[in-house]
Every structure is written in structure tokens, then in C-alpha cells.
Design a protein around this ligand. Structure first.
Ligand SMILES: *[C@@H]1O[C@H](CO)[C@@H](O)[C@H](O)[C@H]1NC(C)=O
Ligand SMILES: *[C@@H]1O[C@H](CO)[C@@H](O)[C@H](O)[C@H]1NC(C)=O
Ligand SMILES: *[C@@H]1O[C@H](CO)[C@@H](O)[C@H](O)[C@H]1NC(C)=O
Ligand SMILES: *[C@@H]1O[C@H](CO)[C@@H](O)[C@H](O)[C@H]1NC(C)=O
Ligand SMILES: *[C@@H]1O[C@H](CO)[C@@H](O)[C@H](O)[C@H]1NC(C)=O
Length: 443
């Protein structure tokens, strides 16, 4: 595991985030976000082409690495800087089928800061899983647009263009004023110290990836209602583009067992009384640091039965070693925790919000000032995921009472977020795009 001392240093300069237009010398790029009612983070202030066209309905996605847009939001024929490489790649998000994207490039404007010749995917479609665009900001080693010829995706390109000093970003996911900050942190936004957790490499059937490909963390165990529902280690990403929880089938069954029999089945989904979901937490142990989220936050569909409000949960199965090598934690975690993603030294910093406003910004350069951001390493940082997860070794809860159907296995063949396989072992090129987690358990 990479676990050297942090040499990520933060300059001492503070910049009041006033209405003033940022200038290049600030060394950070801030994009305001909008948190939708279905818990997705949409990006404000993006423009493409020359002359620049405003583009809308684009989500921020830490779970993918390419910028892909549907051609309905952008007319490339009106841009004199548009370049089409005529290379084509298959793509798939959440509930979409496979579709073809063209590798193109154009000028991208982020809040008046311009990046020229920015590589992206252009799809001849009306939408991508209900969005018009997906801005993937994960590791460039996971790009879908060309395995062999890796290109500079946004976090990398911002640094090479001189707009940031480091390949890193942080997310303020608080629903009232969300934003993503490339190359900087908000020093007042979080409770000190932040906990530092390394990003874990993907573990395949026969080997472990040689480089980091996903922003994934070791999860050592998971509890629901203080009941252990997962006791085996696995890596999960906190996916800003997923409003649901994707985990293994034994864990999904443990969730259903723990929630009990008081559900209504409708259109092959289970609906639980909202009143019973209230106050129920999922507690995720990330190498000794507990991250918790209320299960009510992953309620998707709501329905009334006999005057009572019910909701179904956004849950999806993954089969480790078969269609994925990782699980996905829901983006609602970003509402409660401030997160800093360092893609140069491969670690996450995480802490609860302090309640203060994001009124100061600190650019992250090559040095770090512990007075600005104190960090401590996660308690069990040595206990990391290194052996492929096995379903039959997972904790299995049995219902206390005979149940009708609530332990029935979901059918991954029809429901799971599937990933392209085809390569021999592994999964280092497996793309488990969540885009949006629309699949529900046992549909
Ligand atoms: C744009 O970037 C690509 C690689 O990403 C490079 O091959 C090409 O030469 C660049 N074009 C211009 C006009 O800078
Ligand atoms: C886009 O798709 C439509 C119909 O699916 C087709 O008629 C049109 O020619 C396509 N445009 C391009 C540029 O491929
Ligand atoms: C990889 O491991 C998984 C889980 O143990 C198993 O289901 C799958 O068949 C394995 N794949 C290969 C190619 O061995
Ligand atoms: C089991 O059934 C009893 C009686 O029907 C009930 O009181 C109890 O809450 C049930 N337990 C669970 C875990 O569902
Ligand atoms: C799979 O492995 C075999 C032998 O190990 C190799 O010949 C073949 O090229 C590999 N296929 C892919 C898609 O990597």
C-alpha cells in the first residue's frame, strides 16, 4: 500500500470566494453544482466550443473518467475549434444499452476559464441515462475513450494547462451550496483533522492492478441497524454519479433480512413503510473510520398503499470477479462528509462538515501546511483489501421468522449493472459505470 507521509502541501494563500471572476493565478477552478431532488449533482457554468455554447444537464461523476455528451446539447457544426478524430468506442451507463461515442475535442470553458483541445466523447443520442452529459473525473487510467492512447482527462488537463498545480479535487456536497473545486480545498468547511485513507488498487482473480484505476476504498465491514451485514473486506467507490448502493448478493440479502417482513411487493420491487426506514443508518467501516448514511437517502420510488407512504430502495447487485471488481457507495455520503481526492498520491481525505461556509479557498500546490489541513491516517490503514471477495465466505443473516420472499436472490442477469468483460481475467478494464443507479433489488 502506498502510505507515505503526505507531501501534498497547501499554500498559505487564502482567497475570499467573492463574486469576483477567478483569474488564472488562483490555481484552482471552482464549479458550482446543483443538487437535484433525486440526489444527483448537476454542473453549472460549463460551455463548449468557439463561440462558446452553454451546456446543461451535465452531472459530475467520480465513478467514470471521460467527459461524454449527447449531441442534443451541443452543435459541433457551429464551433470552429471542434475536432473529430473519427475514432469510435462503445459506452454504457447505468441503465442504458451500449452505444457508440466519437472521440472528439474542443475548447471547454469552466466558469470563464478555458481549456483548449479538450478530449471528450460525443454521442449521437438524445440522452445518456436521462442526463445530457456526464463529466467523469476519476483516474485517467480508467478512460473509456481508447485503452492504448490514454489522454488527459479533466483533472489532469487542468494541471497541464496551468489552471491547477495538482491533480486533485474536493467536493462540497452539501445540498444548499454544492460545488467541486479542482486544485483546492475549503479550509473552513470541515472538522479537523481529516482522516486519510489510501485508494486501493483493483484486485482481480489472479492479480492486483499495477496502477490505481478507481477512486475506491477498503471497506472492512458494514452494519445496518447495528447488525453486521458485511464482514468481509471489499473495495467500494463513493460515486458522485450514483444515487444508490451496489453491493454483493449476500450483503443485499442481509439488508432485506435486517429490514424484515413488513414490505409490500409491487412491480417486483419491495416497498418499505417510510416511517420504518426513518432513523435507520448504514454504517460503513472504512479502515477504522466510520462513514454513515441514513437508508432513507437511497429511497427511489415512493408509493402509497392504504394511505401509508412506502419507498423502495436503490440497491443493485454486483458479482465480484464476474461483472465488477468493486462495490458502489451512494452519493448521499457527500451530503454529510467533505471529501478531498488526491490523484497524484492516491488518497482520500474525509471529514464531517464543520457547519461553516465555504468562504475561503486554499489552492493546493506542492506543499502542505498542517495548520490549514490537519490529517490523521485511518486507524486500520494496514488492513486493506487484497484477496478477491468470495460470496460464500460472507456473513449470512437468517430471518428470525419464516419469511415469504424477502431473502430471494435478485437476478443479476437482468438487473445488475453489467460491465463489458471479454478480457481474460480481470478487471482492470472493467467499467462499472453507475451513472445513476436505477436498478432495484429483485426487480
Ligand atoms: C489535441 O490533443 C491531441 C491529443 O490529446 C493531440 O494529438 C492533437 O495534436 C492536439 N491538437 C491540437 C490542435 O493541439
Ligand atoms: C444520428 O442518428 C440519427 C438517427 O438515429 C441519424 O439519422 C443521424 O444521421 C445520426 N447523425 C450522425 C451525425 O451520425
Ligand atoms: C473470478 O472469481 C469469481 C469469484 O470467485 C468467480 O465467480 C469467477 O468465475 C472467476 N473468474 C475466473 C475467470 O476465474
Ligand atoms: C417474529 O414474529 C413475532 C410474532 O409474529 C414478532 O413479534 C417479531 O417481531 C418477529 N420478529 C422479526 C424479526 O420479524
Ligand atoms: C487471454 O489470455 C491468452 C493466454 O493467456 C492470450 O493468448 C489472449 O490474448 C488473452 N486475451 C485477451 C483478450 O487478453
Amino acid at each position: 500500500m502506498t502510505n507515505q507521509i503526505t507531501i501534498f502541501l497547501c499554500s498559505l494563500f487564502y482567497f475570499a470566494a467573492t463574486e469576483a471572476t477567478p483569474i488564472r493565478s488562483l490555481n484552482y477552478v471552482k464549479l458550482d453544482l446543483y443538487h437535484s431532488s433525486d440526489s444527483m449533482y448537476y454542473i453549472n457554468g460549463l460551455k463548449l466550443g468557439t463561440p462558446a455554447q452553454s451546456i446543461q444537464n451535465v452531472i459530475l461523476d467520480t465513478g467514470s473518467s471521460d467527459f461524454v455528451i449527447a449531441n442534443v446539447i451541443y452543435d459541433s457544426s457551429k464551433s470552429r475549434t471542434f475536432i473529430n478524430t473519427f475514432e469510435q468506442y462503445p459506452e454504457k451507463y447505468g441503465s442504458t444499452d451500449y452505444f457508440t461515442i466519437n472521440k472528439v475535442s474542443d475548447s471547454l470553458v469552466l466558469n470563464s476559464l478555458k481549456v483548449t483541445n479538450f478530449t471528450m466523447g460525443y454521442a449521437n443520442r438524445t440522452d445518456l441515462d436521462s442526463f445530457s452529459g456526464i463529466l467523469g473525473i476519476g483516474y485517467h487510467t480508467r478512460e473509456a475513450l481508447g485503452k492504448e492512447t490514454s489522454y488527459e482527462n479533466l483533472p489532469v488537463k487542468l494541471k497541464s494547462s496551468g489552471l491547477t498545480q495538482r491533480v486533485m479535487f474536493s467536493i462540497n456536497g452539501q445540498p444548499q451550496t454544492p460545488s467541486v473545486l479542482f486544485g483546492g480545498i475549503y479550509p473552513r468547511l470541515f472538522q479537523q483533522p481529516m482522516t486519510k485513507v489510501p485508494f486501493n488498487k483493483e484486485v482481480g482473480n489472479f492479480s492486483t492492478a499495477s496502477v490505481n484505476t478507481i477512486l475506491a476504498l477498503t471497506v472492512n465491514s458494514i452494519k445496518l441497524k447495528n447488525q453486521v451485514i458485511a464482514s468481509q473486506k471489499l473495495i467500494y467507490e463513493i460515486d458522485s454519479g450514483a444515487n444508490g448502493f451496489a453491493t454483493t448478493i449476500p450483503i443485499l440479502n442481509n439488508i432485506l433480512t435486517t429490514l424484515g417482513d413488513n414490505y409490500v411487493e409491487s412491480h417486483d420491487s419491495y416497498y418499505y413503510p417510510i416511517s420504518e426506514l426513518q432513523g435507520v443508518y448504514v454504517k460503513v467501516d472504512i479502515q477504522g473510520y466510520e462513514v454513515r448514511f441514513p437508508i432513507i437517502d437511497i429511497v427511489g420510488d415512493r408509493k402509497q398503499f392504504k394511505g401509508v407512504q412506502y419507498g423502495s430502495l436503490n440497491l443493485a447487485p454486483v458479482q465480484i470477479g464476474v461483472n465488477s471488481y468493486i462495490g458502489t457507495l451512494p452519493n448521499c455520503i457527500l451530503k454529510y462528509y467533505y471529501t478531498v481526492y488526491d490523484l497524484e498520491e492516491n488518497f482520500l481525505l474525509i471529514s464531517k462538515y464543520s457547519g461553516a461556509r465555504d468562504s475561503d479557498i486554499c489552492a493546493v500546490t506542492s506543499s502542505y501546511n498542517p495548520k490549514v489541513i490537519a490529517t490523521k491516517v485511518a486507524p486500520h490503514v494496514k488492513d486493506s483489501y487484497s484477496v478477491l471477495y468470495q460470496e460464500d465466505s460472507e456473513t449470512t443473516l437468517s430471518a428470525q421468522n419464516e419469511s415469504t420472499g424477502n431473502t430471494k436472490e435478485p437476478d443479476p442477469a437482468t438487473n445488475g449493472p453489467t460491465t463489458p468483460t471479454g478480457s481474460n481475467h480481470s478487471g482492470y478494464n472493467s467499467k462499472f459505470h453507475s451513472g445513476r443507479c436505477k436498478t432495484r433489488l429483485a426487480q
